[in-house]
Design a protein around this ligand. Sequence first.
Ligand SMILES: [Zn+2]
Length: 173
Amino acid sequence: MWARAAILSTPASDARCPGCGLVMPRRENLPPGGYYNISRECWSVYTEVLANEYGNAALFGQVHQLTVDAYAAQHAGGPHPDKSVDVHLVGLYLVIEKNVKPTDVPPRLQRMVERTEAWPHFEPPNVDWTINVSDVALAEDHAAKVREWSAAVWQAWAPRHAAIAELALRTEA
Ligand SMILES: [Zn+2]
């Protein structure tokens, strides 16, 4: 229902992101972006947000991990592989639920990857998103907005929290 309503209300000159619902003017000649469930226009905003974080060491340490995990988890579905969705959901879980320092997350995720052969498929939540990466791009307080956004993405996956927590056991030493 949501998808149908959105398609009907999106003019042809606009591109609607299939992951987060971000509607932007369609742009020609954008690079294809990653293998997430995205519009190219949404991916271009994401790369701008990443550039801001790469250019600011304090910001990078505080929220970069949350940014990459929130973006990936909000763009599940379509061509996005289960392994990637699972890894990024566990990343959100570690920071938001377990208070793991963001910079300590990558080695833990690496441990889980080494221990996992079959990745569960988590059907993406059917959500009418009210926050996405463009809100981070426009925010005066980048870090606060990333925290708000990642919390909303994590909350949307609530029906899978228990399964994600179980998967996260494989990150432990
Ligand atoms: Zn998007």
